[in-house]
Design a protein around this ligand. Structure first.
Ligand code: DC
Length: 226
């Protein structure tokens, strides 16, 4: 990775607020942002649209190999059923390997000539960018995450079935943490930020202070906007 690319890796479980934090940090630092979950979601969505079972390994691998980055803005990627399919294909080593090169290229040479990149996912600090300059593991209690996700869904006008969001998060947590390949785990050198009792602003301030502490004197450290 060229020394000019300053990489911030953000990992954590579903609905921990990684996406919001990553976007905000990237904007503040003038860095590019990649939500790596979208890659797995794109594979899951391709299978749903083709009428295939998300467990179909050959079809999942073909979808991962044929991934078109232009499709990453599709609003259907955000659907709950797409997230479920994504967590199934994400457990397949061949699919993960096929998506690895894309993520590493993004980190090493961020689009738009940005001086750095913020990548969020489950294995950015452990597998995709183990040499990232800054690694954050964002966590929060599952009940708190479920409450936040329910609020978000209500705001989007979706109907909530009592207990369903919590059950879904528990299922996804179990699949992400227990899979054999690249399981969700904090890197040994990650800054673990538990936001159970924090709001988004507090989480952002804590994360930014950590990133700045990692960049002082570093190669072309992040030029933070004011
Ligand atoms: O963050 P998300 O909900 O959009 O992720 C969708 C699924 O993809 C989730 O079950 C975990 C998986 N994923 C992964 O295994 N590795 C990543 N780097 C990002 C997401």
């Amino acid at each position: 990775m060229p020394p000019s690319s300053f990489v911030v890796a953000i990992d954590g479980p579903t609905a921990s607020g990684k996406g919001t934090l990553a976007k905000r940090l990237a904007r503040h630092l003038g860095f590019a942002h990649l939500d790596s979950g979208l890659l797995y979601r794109a594979v899951g969505l391709a299978l749903i649209r083709a009428g295939k079972d998300p467990g179909d390994q050959a079809a999942a691998l073909a979808a991962a190999e044929g991934l078109d980055p232009a499709g990453l803005a599709d609003p259907d990627l955000r659907q709950e059923r797409t997230g479920q399919a994504a967590s199934v294909v994400a457990a397949m080593p061949e699919v993960r390997a096929a998506l690895l090169a894309f993520q590493r290229r993004f980190a090493a040479a961020p689009p738009g000539g940005a001086k750095g990149a913020v990548l969020d996912g489950r294995d950015i600090g452990t597998v995709v960018c183990p040499a990232a300059a800054a690694k954050i593991f964002l966590d929060a209690g599952v009940e708190k995450r479920a409450a936040r996700r329910e609020k978000e869904l209500r705001q989007r006008g979706e109907i909530i079935i009592e207990g369903a969001v919590l059950r879904d998060l528990q299922e996804r947590d179990a699949r992400d943490r227990n899979r054999a390949v690249a399981p969700l785990v904090a890197a040994g050198d990650a800054y673990v930020l538990d936001t159970t009792d924090m709001d988004a602003d507090q989480a952002f301030e804590a994360a930014l202070a950590y990133v700045n502490s990692r960049s002082s004197g570093g190669p072309g450290g992040p030029a933070a906007e004011t």
